[in-house]
Ligand binder design. Structure first.
Ligand SMILES: O=C(O)c1ccccc1NCC(=O)[C@H](O)[C@H](O)COP(=O)(O)O
Length: 224
């Protein structure tokens, strides 16, 4: 079965259209101002219109203030909020109570201890997104195009619903899926020709690679 696919940091109608055409289950709009993928809420609102009812519209935020969330939620009307900062379980609960919108909690992973942080959010976050830790000096908590050791996910409780993220691209997403059987995959820079510039061809190639990875193995040998 094909995993969920989230294309994150869309900024143009053409790339939204291509992601939808290829069957993206989630499309992400980025509201972290230092990101090359940042979009103003009103622009994101317009970009998201064709996706309503077709893919989940995800607002990506980092330790947002209530005022920022009020504006984003009012204008974008997202299906999900992706909290990509150091939001505590209590803060996630508060945000969910404020808006009644499901939350994806992003956690950065380098060691098994990082994965253990999941436990505090079980029953609170609706889904997790496991991303790599940002490289030293990066101003971005996500979208850095770096991967973590996917083998760590074998330690995860099988009931935890998550998206695998961090440095995924057409060249490695097949291996990532083979190793992890992740229920969802997410990419931002893996489908970009330059920081913040999505490529229609690279979006196609990413979907092709996921589909290829999910094809049932063909049997060899002759049947008598
Ligand atoms: O993409 C960003 O610039 C970004 C900035 C701040 C917080 C989150 C951000 N991205 C969130 C995502 O879900 C990305 O898809 C995820 O971090 C993976 O990015 P990449 O390694 O570039 O595929």
């Amino acid at each position: 079965m094909r995993p969920d696919i989230k294309i994150c940091g869309l900024k143009t109608p053409e790339t939204v259209e291509r992601a939808l055409k290829r069957g993206a289950t989630h499309i992400g709009f980025n509201f972290f101002q230092k990101s090359p993928r940042y979009v103003e809420p009103d622009i994101a609102g317009r970009l998201a219109e064709p996706a309503r009812g077709k893919a989940k519209i995800v607002a990506v935020v980092v330790d947002p203030s209530n005022d920022d969330l009020d504006e984003i939620v009012a204008i974008l009307r997202p299906d999900m909020l992706q909290l990509h900062g150091s939001e505590s379980p209590e803060r996630v609960l508060t945000i969910k109570a404020m808006y009644g919108i499901p939350v994806i909690k992003a956690l950065s992973v380098r060691t098994t201890d990082d994965l253990k942080r999941v436990e505090a959010y079980i029953g609170i976050a609706d889904r997790f997104l496991f991303d790599a830790k940002p490289p030293k000096g990066s101003e971005l908590p996500g979208g850095n195009g770096v991967s973590f050791d996917w083998g760590l996910l074998t330690w995860l409780d099988g009931n935890v619903d998550y998206m695998l993220s961090g440095g995924l691209n057409k060249a490695n997403v097949g291996q990532a899926l083979a190793m992890t059987k992740a229920p969802g995959v997410d990419t931002a820079s893996g489908v970009e020709s330059a920081p913040g510039v999505k490529s229609l061809d690279m979006i196609d190639e990413f979907f092709d690679a996921v589909e290829q990875a999910c094809m049932p193995e063909t049997t060899t040998g002759s049947v008598n």
